[in-house]
Design a protein around this ligand. Structure first.
Ligand code: NAI
Ligand code: MG
Length: 363
């Protein structure tokens, strides 16, 4: 049996294109790995009523980690219509397989490194090298929403001011959930020689939930006196990041703020063709480019595979294959610095596989 068993989940649209490209790179490495194909995505919702079938979860249980491409998801009306006729009327409702995967496997860290590689014409500024730690299992993504406030809620103090026709979403922040994401950020800062950790919140308005988050952040920060710690409001952070991106290093925050701020950071280093992420738990992790399935480019092998290849780099590092991870990053950096091979988003005409081959050749 191979040393590593990796679930291979291309998903929909360009998920297939970029994972094919990523394999060209991985297959060049001296990595004893077996890749086990696993089904995820829109097709399986339509055919089976489940975009994340049980057999895929079973494969995840017996592999070390997963590489995931992207999925298509659509609104409720379309989802109901595209479901196979024999499955309609059975009360099935679409739920994001990504959010489900994160919650089922307790992948509590969403790690998103954002680095401006020299030579990338899309860099907002040279020298940006940020890492975002987004809490991945709670916050605004617990999926508890009401179209109308349940009547019994009005018994609680303060509820009288909530209009009767309001829809509400609940935000859950626990001390434990906050502590473990902040600790992950500090551990990363220490092991990677990072200069500071910044906690991002809106504690002046969300006093209870971000109060819990910031209390946990301060408690954990005190355990790492060697690493400078500061904090910022989410709105101010948006401005500061654009003004002085080099002032920040490791950013840690709750789920929704992390979703937003990590897209901002990704755009500063090249956007969707460069944004990669790891969904990481105690014993399992899923690595992915952060872009979606881009249906208009599906199967054209036109999009930039670097996001996905950098996600594979993260996977190698997580597996403990630090040298191989460094080789992949070095090869990506070389191709970008040379500036000869560029996909359309960078103003070039190289295909997805041209880019992957160029990177593979520089390993
Ligand atoms: P998208 O990320 O799929 O694409 C938006 C646009 O960004 C594309 O049309 C393309 O111009 C550009 N782009 C994306 N990836 C690129 C790459 N690797 N290289 C160069 N350019 C790239 O977002 P969109 O169009 O909003 O969503 C399409 C589908 O993907 C939807 O069904 C959506 O729900 C889903 N989605 C899935 C995600 C995931 O699987 N993690 C994340 C975001 C969206
Ligand atoms: Mg997002």
């Amino acid at each position: 049996m191979a040393r590593y068993r990796i679930a291979w989940m291309p998903g929909d649209g360009i998920g297939v294109d970029v994972l094919d490209a990523t394999r060209l790179v991985l297959d060049r490495l001296d990595l004893d790995a077996e890749y086990i194909p696993a089904d995820i995505g829109w097709k399986f919702w339509c055919q089976e009523g489940d975009p994340l079938p049980q057999r895929t979860l079973d494969i995840m249980k017996e592999t070390d980690c997963a590489m995931f491409g992207a999925i298509t998801s659509k609104g409720k009306d379309v989802a109901d219509k595209e479901l196979a006729p024999e499955l309609q009327g059975k009360g099935l409702s679409y739920r994001s397989p990504i959010v489900r995967m994160r919650q089922l496997l307790d992948l509590y860290i969403c790690l998103r490194p954002c680095k401006a590689y020299p030579g990338n014409p899309l860099n907002y500024r040279e020298g940006i090298d940020l890492v975002v730690f987004r809490e991945n299992t709670e916050g605004m993504y617990i999926g508890v929403e009401y179209e109308r406030v349940p009547e019994e809620f009005y018994a609680a103090p303060g509820m009288a001011k909530v209009p009767r026709d309001a829809a509400i979403s609940l935000r859950a922040i626990t001390p434990g959930g906050s502590e473990r994401i902040v600790r992950a950020a500090f551990e990363y800062a220490r092991t990677h020689g990072r200069k500071k950790v910044t906690a991002v919140h809106k504690a002046n308005v969300l006093r209870q939930t971000d109060g819990v988050f910031m209390a946990a952040a301060r408690k954990v920060a005190a355990e790492y006196p060697d690493i400078p710690f500061d904090d910022a409001n989410i709105d101010a952070m948006g401005m500061w990041l654009l003004k002085n991106p080099l002032n920040y290093d490791v950013i840690v925050t709750t789920n929704l703020f992390g979703d937003i701020i990590s897209d901002l950071c990704a755009q500063m280093v090249g956007g969707l063709g460069f944004g990669c992420s790891g969904n990481i738990g105690k014993t399992y992790a899923v690595f992915e480019p952060t872009h979606g399935s881009a249906p208009k480019y599906a199967g054209q092998y036109k999009v930039n595979p670097i996001a996905s290849i950098l996600a594979a780099r993260m996977m190698l590092e997580w597996l403990g294959e630090k040298d191989l991870a460094a080789q992949v990053e070095g090869a990506v950096a070389t191709v970008l610095a040379e500036g000869q091979v560029r996909t359309y988003d960078m103003g070039g005409s190289a295909s997805t596989l041209d880019m992957a081959r160029a990177i593979a050749e520089r390993l």
